[in-house]
Write a protein that binds this ligand. Structure first.
Ligand code: SAM
Length: 216
C-alpha cells in the first residue's frame, strides 16, 4: 500500500484525522530530517517506512489526550518527537520544544520555519534549568516526553511545567511498571497522580504505553 495512505489510515485507527496539508507537511518534515541527518545525528531510523511507523504514528498516539488550543511542552524533544508531529496534525496546539542539545534545536527551528508552523517555540536548555525561568513552571496544560529518562528523573523534569489540573503524558515501553514503581514517591511529592495508563499496539509491533499523570 502507498505509504501516505497507510499513514492516513493507521492514524485514523488511533483516532487522529490527518488532512492533506498535515500529510504534505509530515512528508516535507521526513525528507528534511533525512537530509539533515546526514550531517547531524538526529535519528537512527532513516528509512521512510521506519520514520512513518516508529516515529510519526507513535508520536500521534498522544493527540486524543490533548485538549483543544492547549499549551504543550515537549521535554527532551530531540528532532521534534512527539511534539512537532503532534503540532503538524493539530495546528491548534501552542507548542514549546525543549532540548539540551543546541544542534537539535537548530534543526527544530529550521524545520518549523520550512513547514510554516506558527505557535512553536524552540528552546535550547536543560529542562531543570528552564523551570527557573519565569513563566515556565506551571505554565503548560500538558508536558509530554518520549525516550528521555527513567520515570523518577523524568517526573522532576516534566511535572513542574504543568499547571494544577493539567497532565504529564509519558510515552513508555513495555517495562513501564517497574519505572513507575521506582518513581511513585517522586511523582506523589510533586503533586502528581497516575490517572490512566493507555496501552496501544502500533503496526511496527511496538507496544506503546501512555502514562497519564495529573497534577494537583
Ligand atoms: N524525544 C525524542 C525522541 O523520542 O526521539 C528524543 C529522544 S533522545 C533519546 C533524548 C533527548 O533528550 C536528547 O535529544 C537529549 O538532548 C534530551 N535531553 C536529555 N536530558 C535532558 C534535559 N535534562 N533537558 C532537556 N533535554 C534533555
Amino acid at each position: 500500500m502507498q505509504l501516505k495512505l497507510f499513514l492516513e489510515e493507521e492514524a485514523a485507527e488511533l483516532g487522529v484525522r490527518l488532512d492533506n496539508q498535515a500529510i504534505d507537511q509530515l512528508w516535507a518534515y521526513k525528507d528534511f530530517l533525512k537530509e539533515y541527518n546526514e550531517k547531524v545525528n538526529l535519528t537512527a531510523i532513516t528509512d521512510d517506512e521506519g520514520i512513518v511507523t516508529k516515529h510519526f504514528l507513535d508520536c500521534l498516539t498522544i493527540l486524543p489526550y490533548l485538549g483543544q488550543n492547549s499549551r504543550v511542552v515537549d521535554v527532551g524533544t530531540g528532532p521534534g518527537f512527539p511534539g512537532l508531529v503532534a503540532k503538524i496534525a493539530r495546528p491548534d496546539l501552542d507548542l514549546t520544544l525543549i532540548d539540551a542539545r543546541g544542534k537539535k534545536v537548530k534543526f527544530l527551528e529550521e524545520a518549523a520555519q520550512l513547514l510554516g508552523l506558527e505557535g512553536v517555540s524552540c528552546i535550547h536548555d536543560r529542562a531543570e534549568d528552564r523551570l527557573k525561568v519565569p513563566g515556565y513552571a506551571k505554565g503548560f496544560d500538558y508536558a509530554v516526553s518520549r525516550a528521555v529518562a527513567a520515570m523518577d528523573k523524568l517526573a522532576g523534569w516534566c511535572l513542574p511545567f504543568v499547571k494544577p489540573g493539567g497532565q504529564f503524558i509519558a510515552m513508555k515501553g513495555p517495562n513501564f511498571q517497574e519505572e513507575l514503581d521506582a518513581g511513585a514517591r517522586q511523582i506523589a511529592k510533586l503533586g502528581g497522580k497516575v490517572d490512566k495508563i493507555v496501552e496501544l499496539n502500533l503496526p511496527s509491533d511496538l507496544t506503546r504505553n501512555l502514562i497519564i499523570i495529573s497534577r494537583r
